[in-house]
Design a protein around this ligand. Sequence first.
Ligand SMILES: CC(C)(COP(=O)(O)OP(=O)(O)OC[C@H]1O[C@@H](n2cnc3c(N)ncnc32)[C@H](O)[C@@H]1OP(=O)(O)O)[C@@H](O)C(=O)NCCC(=O)NCCS
Length: 248
Amino acid sequence: MNWMETLDLLEKGLVRSAIKNQQGKWVAQTEVKEAILAAFKAGELKEFAGGFVDKHNLPAREFTVADKVRLVPGGSSVRRGAYVAQGVIIMPPAYINVGAYVDSGTMVDSHALVGSCAQIGKNVHLSAGVQIGGVLEPVGQTPVVIEDNAFIGAGAVIVEGVQVSEGAVIAPGVILSKGVPVYDCVNERILEPGEPIPAYAVVVTGNRPVSANLKWAQEQGLTLRCAMIIKYKDSKTSAALTLENLLR
Ligand SMILES: CC(C)(COP(=O)(O)OP(=O)(O)OC[C@H]1O[C@@H](n2cnc3c(N)ncnc32)[C@H](O)[C@@H]1OP(=O)(O)O)[C@@H](O)C(=O)NCCC(=O)NCCS
C-alpha cells in the first residue's frame, strides 16, 4: 500500500491505524502507520491560503453537506488521512490529526486534540480542552483508543497508548499516561500496566503516598498523582451526563 492510497483509505474509514483483534485486544496496524510516515517523508513544504505552510500532501480536509459532519467555523482543522464519520460534531478550535479515526455521533468540543492515529469510538464525548495523544512512532505502538459511548471530561489528558473501554467516564482534569497508576477502589486492585480502563468505570483524580524508597518525600507527607475508579457508572452518573448529551 503506498502512502497516497493509504491516506485515501484512512479518510474513508476503510483502513485504520489500529484495530481490535478477535481476542478483544487493540493492535497497531504497522503497515498503515508506515505509510503515514512515508507520506511525511515524501511531503514537501507548500504554502496554503491564509499564510499556512505544511507538507503538500497533508492538507486540511474539506467537507461538504453530503459528508454529514458538522465542522463549525472558527479555526478547526481535520488533516488529510483522518477519518470522520457521519454525525460527528467538531467545535472550534479543534484539531484531528492524520491517521485518527472518529466514529459516528461523537462530539469533539472546543480546544480538543485528537492526536495522530488515535481511535475514537461511536457517541464519544470529548469535552472542551481534552487532549488525546498521538502515537505514530514506533509503528508497533498502539495508539490511544477511546471506545464507544465513553465520556471524557473537560481538560482530561489521555496519552501514551492508554485505552479507555466502552462507556467509561473520565472526570475533568484526569491525566492518564503510562506512569499514572489507576486504583480500582471498587474491586480493590491496581490495574496492570497497559490494562485498559474497564468498561463503565468512573475515573477521577486522586493522590497516593510516595513510594517507600523516597524516604524524605515521605517524611514531608508528599503525595503523587494517581487515578481512581471511584465507582462504576450508575443512573446517577448517567443523569450527571444527560445535559451534555442534550447539547449534541
Ligand atoms: C465524573 C462525574 C460524571 C461523576 O458523576 P456521578 O456518577 O454523579 O458521581 P458521584 O456524585 O456519585 O460521585 C461519587 C464520588 O466521587 C466523587 N467525585 C465525583 N467527581 C469527582 C472528581 N472529578 N474528582 C474527585 N472526586 C469526584 C464524589 O464527590 C463522590 O464522593 P463521595 O462518595 O465521597 O461523596 C461527575 O462528577 C463530573 O465530573 N461531571 C462533569 C462532567 C464534565 O466534564 N462536563 C464538562 C462537559 S464540557
